[in-house]
Ligand binder design. Structure first.
Ligand code: GLU
Length: 424
């Protein structure tokens, strides 16, 4: 589809322009003045670094890394680091701004940031990944820290990556500083419940949305696109809660069972074969079509720009719960709103991950750790409050949920900026 991209489609797919479109819409509706718009929109700091790495075959390669701190108005910058061959500064910038709005919707004391390294982790050895991670950390070390900017996992990074960042930072500081990153292994100051948190948060948001349709989990069919940390966990927790996960879609195929898939067995199948396809208790279905089947809840939990102006009209889900960041483009929003799809926007739906990151940071700083029950209860409270803040705002101001989420977020960040005043 991207191959034939017209300039209009290219604009549609540019994440920074997409973020800007939503921002402008909300800022207009809030009546924010030009100056405040500029302050809110402009990233506080953008860092580009060269990362020389000795590869296993003896070649010296130089990778490019970014860290964008979009806002520090409400607290330290917070957000993940992604490793992918197609990372761009515009993408990292957009994702950093989404973190600002996400943390504001969750009402946790953070700004927003994001990092990215242009590399292909699929062709890199563990040793190469460790070297690239440590050198990237060293390059941005003056700009991160528990009170400055707290990275976390994102696409293609995980708790091992966070352990390396924590160690590198700590070696430079001559002391162990666990709170410099979140999403760490439990044994190194990680939090109970962090791995499941984004998926759990999606489920909590979906459960709140279901109440509006008078549906219970057992009457609800779910289609999940993406079976990684977000989609896989959401599917696992939701099937345990009684939802029927009818279809799972991945990059290499899709599987369907009308009576609901056994998610644990599907996970086992993927572990053994490397793919969800050819699962004995399901039929393989067309991955392009699977997203457009009628269902109660669709969870796009893979990547950006999946639902676009070209296909949004084909969505037949009652509820669209955005597990990924930016799965719908801005023009798709309008089509979904016109078709009365109840959208739970990314900055609300996938806020569970950063919320438990916040709990991890709090626990690290206190040196006192909570059990999983407490983590989950506090996560639920924040997700439910966020859900009602957004939907309540939307109803009051007669705007769709995405616009409402941005309005809530912009309003909270603008309020913090006004209270702090502009330092001169
Ligand atoms: N990468 C996740 C996100 O996009 C989590 C960020 C964090 O925990 O700081 O929300």
């Amino acid at each position: 589809m991207i191959a034939e991209a017209t300039p209009a489609l290219e604009r549609e797919f540019n994440p920074w322009l997409a973020a800007e479109a939503r921002f402008n819409n909300a800022a207009e509706k809030l009546g924010l003045d030009d100056g405040m718009r500029k302050v809110l929109k402009t990233p506080t700091r953008e860092i580009t670094v060269a990362i020389p790495v000795m590869l296993d075959d003896g070649r010296l390669e130089v990778f490019t890394g970014y860290r964008v701190q979009h806002s520090i108005a409400r607290g330290p910058a917070k957000g993940g680091i992604r490793y992918a061959p197609d990372v761009t500064l515009d993408e990292v910038r957009a994702l950093a701004s989404w973190m600002t709005w996400k943390c504001a919707v969750a009402n946790i004391p953070y700004g927003g940031g994001k990092g990215g390294v242009i590399c292909d982790p699929n062709v890199m050895s563990l040793g190469e990944l460790e070297r690239i991670t440590r050198r990237y950390t060293a390059a941005i070390i003056d700009f991160i820290g528990p009170e400055i900017d707290v990275p976390a996992p994102d696409m293609n990074t995980n708790e091992q990556t966070m352990a390396w960042i924590m160690d590198t930072y700590s070696m430079h500081n001559r002391q162990t500083v666990t709170a410099v990153v979140t999403g760490k292994p439990i044994d190194l100051g990680g939090s109970q419940g962090r791995t499941e948190a984004t998926g759990r948060g999606c489920m909590i948001a979906a459960l709140e949305a279901l109440k509006r349709f008078n549906l219970s989990p057992s009457d609800s069919s779910v289609v999940v696109q993406g079976f990684g940390n977000v989609g896989g966990m959401a599917a696992k927790l939701m099937s345990r809660t009684g939802f029927k996960i009818n279809t799972v879609i991945e990059y290499d195929g899709a599987v369907h069972n009308n009576h609901g898939l056994d998610i644990l067995k599907l996970m086992q199948h993927k572990k053994e074969t490397g793919s969800i396809i050819d699962f004995a208790e399901a039929e393989n279905v067309d991955r392009e079509e699977a997203m457009f089947q009628p269902c109660d809840i669709l969870i796009p939990a893979a990547k950006e720009n999946v639902i676009t102006s070209q296909n949004a009209h084909r969505i037949r889900a009652k509820i669209l719960c955005e597990g990924a960041n930016g799965p719908c483009t801005a023009p798709a929003d309008e089509i979904l709103a016109a078709n009365n799809v109840f959208v739970i926007p990314d900055i609300l739906a996938n806020g569970g991950g950063v919320t438990v990151s916040y709990f991890e940071w709090v626990q690290d700083r206190q040196g006192f750790f909570w059990n999983e029950e407490l983590v989950n209860a506090r996560l639920e409270e924040i997700m439910v409050n966020g859900f009602h803040a957004v939907t309540g705002y939307g109803e009051k101001h007669k705007v769709d949920n995405r616009t409402a989420a941005y309005m809530v977020a912009l309003d909270r960040v603008a309020f913090a900026i006004k209270l702090r005043g502009i330092y001169a």
